[in-house]
Design a protein around this ligand. Structure first.
Ligand SMILES: [Zn+2]
Length: 218
């Protein structure tokens, strides 16, 4: 039996609730036995698990950029330190250093974009050459709903917020967009080709689904 908070009152029925912290609260009539209550919880276990999972995957509270707050880089979390001089944001593989004289969200975007260009361009060139795919222009921009796109003219956009994702995820998005040079759709042929380039592309989709909120929460 998972832990739960029992709230008894003059009600006639049992009700379950998951609070904002993900804890289970049970509202029960005054004299209902614990056995009956726990039987009810067991019956509703599926619903409880579903609610708790949903809550866990929800957006974390937007950061207010305090010292110690964690920010992602290549799939790992690093704490923030606040400084008063230097570039808007620097990173030494241990800490992010945020210059408080600049606007924090802007500084993070500026930093992620700059770093993502350095990392994504070589990957793009590598896979394009390896699979003989010629792309036109490449643009890096933050988008709300897409991680990348490839136009009819083979212009590729990549979302620089991917700088927060693990390298395997970045490679997966890069190859996905490159695969569109050959197949302008999500047909079976497209996925066969993508699998050739990136056998475990599905893992990246899972990671992105799980972390999408966090990546958009600067
Ligand atoms: Zn696509």
């Amino acid at each position: 039996m998972q832990p739960y908070q029992l709230i008894r009152s003059r009600r006639k029925t049992l009700a379950l609730q998951i609070n904002a912290q993900g804890d289970l609260q049970v509202r029960a009539p005054m004299r209902l036995s614990v056995k009956a209550i726990e039987q009810f919880i067991t019956e509703k276990q599926h619903w409880i698990n579903k609610k708790q999972t949903e809550l866990k995957n929800q957006a974390p509270v937007k950061s207010n950029y305090q010292a110690g707050d964690l920010f992602l880089f290549l799939g790992e979390n690093y704490p923030l330190k606040l400084v008063k001089i230097g570039e808007p944001l620097t990173f030494d593989q241990q800490y992010f250093y945020l210059n408080t004289q600049y606007q924090p969200a802007k500084s993070f975007r500026w930093f992620y974009k700059k770093e993502f260009e350095k990392i994504a361009l070589p990957r793009l060139n590598y896979y394009a050459e390896k699979h003989s795919l010629a792309f036109n222009q490449i643009r890096f921009k933050a988008q709300k709903t897409r991680w990348g796109s490839c136009s009819a003219k083979n212009n590729i956009n990549l979302n620089y917020l991917l700088m927060m994702a693990p390298m395997s995820v970045i490679n997966s998005v890069v190859t996905h967009e490159l695969a569109h040079i050959k197949h302008k759709n999500h047909s079976k042929d497209f996925y066969d080709f993508l699998r050739e380039m990136m056998p475990d592309y599905k893992q990246a989709d899972v990671w992105l689904k799980q972390h999408s909120q966090k990546l958009h929460n600067l």
